[in-house]
Design a protein around this ligand. Structure first.
Ligand SMILES: *Cc1c(COP(=O)(O)O)cnc(C)c1O
Length: 370
């Protein structure tokens, strides 16, 4: 009754065997070689083209990448994209961290924070003096998905829309024209390793980064842009299919393999439908179960990438997790900081819906045979 593959983590996620085969091939051709030379640059180019196709990028949008993961991009956005003040939606651990970054930058005003209880969401609302709006499309800590639509009035005030899509990109549908910076790491839906960030930038965001950089170099400016967090240098390097400093080549190869897999199968529509199918299996199972309940009550806010399910307090989830892990089913624990008796199941495109079905039977079996 076991799934063929027991990896249901929310990041890092399952890496498909075919990706490993591509990595083995790369071992002979480019691992251990310079990222400034043509073979590695061709992989970066292929990733940038693959993303352009997958997200059907409007004219002028660019795929930019660098080292440090989505966490680094929080600080990059504060250094290089926010002019004076951000407005942030906060409804889980990751959106909270982003708002803390904005609050910590000494050259920015305190952000406007729009907060809601975990398991729900609240988007940032129109804020008079804001020039950037922050939120996450998928709050990985709670399994809440949000609409990606510009805040009314934000374009007229010249503000940027900056969306953390770390666990959404590649799994949930998006209209990129509703964003100016849509950023993510490769170890979630793109089934690669961590350590890298990718940001899809609008022409307005690129202009903003350039203007902030120019102002920051005027003597007396209090803004410090550490070279590692400079978005303009990331843009310059990405245009040459490079990164500012040395990237993990295996991460690039695995990511390139995955973006090709997604595009060959039908791109965003295919990936989103597959994730929805897997998520629905879990939600339907939980709704019908006597001991499991979907954590997110608002049906429209239930994520099709990360599914959270509360387990009745009479059944310690740690016992269930232990039995599952002993049988090769891993990483379905809830987010620690949430502190709930909860399972959290990553249903990214690499996960087979049939394995998700098998997982629900295994959970039932473990609970019955405790
Ligand atoms: C995983 C995650 C991050 C952090 O990504 P890193 O690559 O570890 O920096 C940020 N935001 C969200 C929504 C995430 O799911």
């Amino acid at each position: 009754m076991l799934p063929d593959d027991g990896r249901f983590g929310s990041g890092p996620t399952k890496i498909r065997h075919e990706q490993i085969e591509d990595l083995v091939h790369a071992a002979d051709t480019l691992l251990g070689t310079s990222h400034r030379q043509k073979p590695v640059k061709a992989v970066v180019e292929s990733i940038r083209e693959g993303m352009t196709r997958f997200f059907n990028l409007p004219a002028g949008y660019e795929v930019v990448l660098g080292n440090g993961g989505a966490s680094a991009f929080w600080d990059i956005a504060c250094c290089s994209l926010v002019t004076r003040k951000a407005a942030c939606g906060v409804y889980g651990s990751f959106t909270k961290k982003m708002a803390v970054s904005a609050a910590s930058a000494p050259f920015l005003e305190k952000p406007a924070v729009f907060e809601s209880d975990y398991g729900t969401y609240r988007l940032p609302e129109f804020t008079e003096d804001a020039d950037a709006y922050f939120w996450a499309q998928n709050e990985t800590s709670t399994g809440v998905a949000t609409p990606v639509k510009r805040v009314p009035g934000s374009v007229d005030q010249g503000a940027l829309t900056i969306v953390d899509a770390t666990s959404a990109a590649g799994a949930l549908p998006v209209d990129i024209s509703e964003t100016d910076a849509y950023y993510f790491s490769p170890q979630k839906a793109f089934g690669s390793e961590g350590g890298l960030w990718v940001a899809i930038l609008s022409p307005v965001a690129i202009e903003r980064a350039q203007a902030i950089k120019e102002n920051a170099t005027i003597p007396g400016s209090i803004r410090w842009i550490p070279p590692f967090l400079s978005l303009t240098s990331a843009i310059d390097n990405s245009r040459k299919n490079q990164t500012l400093n040395t990237p993990a080549l295996a991460t690039l190869v695995l990511m390139d393999s995955q973006i090709q897999y997604l595009n060959e199968n039908g791109g965003m529509d295919w990936a989103a439908a597959r994730c929805k199918r897997s998520a629905t299996i879990v939600y339907d199972w939980a709704e019908a179960s006597s001991y499991a309940t979907p954590f997110v009550s608002d049906l429209d806010a239930r994520s099709n990438a990360v599914v959270t399910v509360d387990i009745d307090e009479s059944i310690p989830v740690s016992d269930v997790l232990e039995a599952l892990r002993a049988n090769g089913i891993v990483d379905v624990n809830g987010y620690r900081a949430l502190g709930r008796n909860q399972l959290r199941i990553g249903v990214f495109p690499s996960v087979e819906p049939a394995d998700v079905e098998a997982l629900t039977h295994c959970i039932d079996y473990v609970v019955e045979h405790r």
